[in-house]
Design a protein around this ligand. Structure first.
Ligand code: FAD
Length: 312
């Protein structure tokens, strides 16, 4: 029988929605237990939130000032220190999980299963390859823990309403000194988080400049949406790297995705495969984005966006 340990992702005292999606993936194993691990300097608030996720058996906390920042090399030995009791160790396929889980896998001498999009059996999973153009079924070895990242776009959040007990742990783990927190440089924004937003407006090279990106921000604010971008827009310096959607950016699954001045390259589309309604605004009627769009508007974005905003 499987026992799953999920490493909780959190920021600013709040649990990230990606953790609730990992719980849903874990439930597909019909496991004996699903334990959630919160590593933080003061884990109480996050643990209380995690305890409400339906299907969670226990919430475990490891409080340590060294855990104030999510540094993979610091967190990994602590997770590995308690992993022996589990058949599976899951984390989200977000920047946090993609950084941390390989370190845990290395310490456990286990091969990592990346980007799990479906659970076929306790050791058999489906995952995308070739930018999502093909789905491969992989089998992890039975003789060691399965360390996996869970593709958050492929699983719904577990329901709330649970009341799992919270237990504080202490682990004897030697923390590295070669990697330490120096500083954090992050853009501040009142807009929703791109990775978990229900609505996203993205701009591409067609927007033309960083100044012009204002039309994207304005529409997003009108809709209460997060803002994304194509890689061409990021490479051209119109917006920061953290806004990139796609194969080498963020994989997202909003209910509404509005692509503005984006041609629809396969590497971009791989980031929005699980989006609900896709709206494309592009002046080229032959643009590939229209092949996957549910609603297409052919025309100049600088004319359409103000009209759309006024109508909204
Ligand atoms: P373009 O392809 O140049 O398209 C611009 C569009 O804007 C055109 O369709 C044009 O008709 C339209 N347009 C121009 N002016 C207007 C206007 N006034 N009104 C309306 N429409 C207008 N790309 C990603 O996005 N994400 C990734 O993660 C990613 N990863 C990659 C990884 C690899 C290994 C490689 C090789 C490439 C990757 N790319 C990625 C790049 C990808 O191949 C494309 O180059 C990129 O997505 C193109 O961005 P774009 O659609 O904004 O630009």
């Amino acid at each position: 029988m499987s026992k799953v340990l999920i490493v909780a992702e959190h920021l600013g005292g709040h649990l990230n929605a990606s953790t609730a999606k990992c719980v849903t993936a874990a439930q597909a194993l019909s496991p004996e237990a699903i334990d959630l691990l919160v590593l933080a300097d003061a884990p109480e608030a996050v643990a209380a939130e995690a305890a409400t996720l339906a299907g969670v058996t226990r919430v475990l906390t490891i409080a340590n000032p060294a855990n104030a920042q999510a540094i993979a090399q610091v967190l990994a030995p602590q997770v590995a220190g308690i992993a022996a009791a589990y058949s599976h160790v899951f984390g989200p396929s977000t920047t946090f999980g993609k950084d941390l889980m390989p370190c845990i896998a290395a310490l456990l001498d286990a091969p990592q299963v990346s980007d799990v999009m479906a659970v076929e059996g306790t050791h058999v999973f489906k995952r995308p390859i070739y930018a999502g153009n093909a789905i491969v079924t992989v089998e992890a070895p039975q003789d060691r823990p399965v360390v996996a990242t869970i593709r958050t776009a492929s699983f719904a959040e577990a329901a709330r309403g649970g009341s799992a007990p919270v237990e504080a742990l202490t682990v004897e783990a030697v923390l590295p000194t070669h990697t330490r927190f120096v500083g954090l440089a992050a853009g501040s924004s009142d807009r929703p988080d791109l990775q978990s937003a229900r609505r996203v407006v993205s701009g591409g090279r067609g927007v033309g400049s960083a100044e012009n990106f204002k039309v994207i921000y304005d529409l997003a604010d009108k809709l209460g949406a997060a803002v994304g971008a194509s890689r061409a827009a990021v490479d051209a310096g119109y917006c920061p790297n953290e806004m990139q959607v796609g194969q080498t950016g963020k994989i997202i699954a909003p209910e509404l995705y509005i692509a503005v001045g984006i041609s629809g390259a396969i590497q971009h589309l791989t980031g929005i495969k699980d989006a609900g309604t896709i709206v494309a605004i592009n002046k080229d009627p032959d643009s590939a984005i229209f092949e996957i769009a549910d609603i297409g508007l052919v025309g100049d974005l600088f004319q359409i966006l103000p009209e759309l905003e006024a109508a909204l």
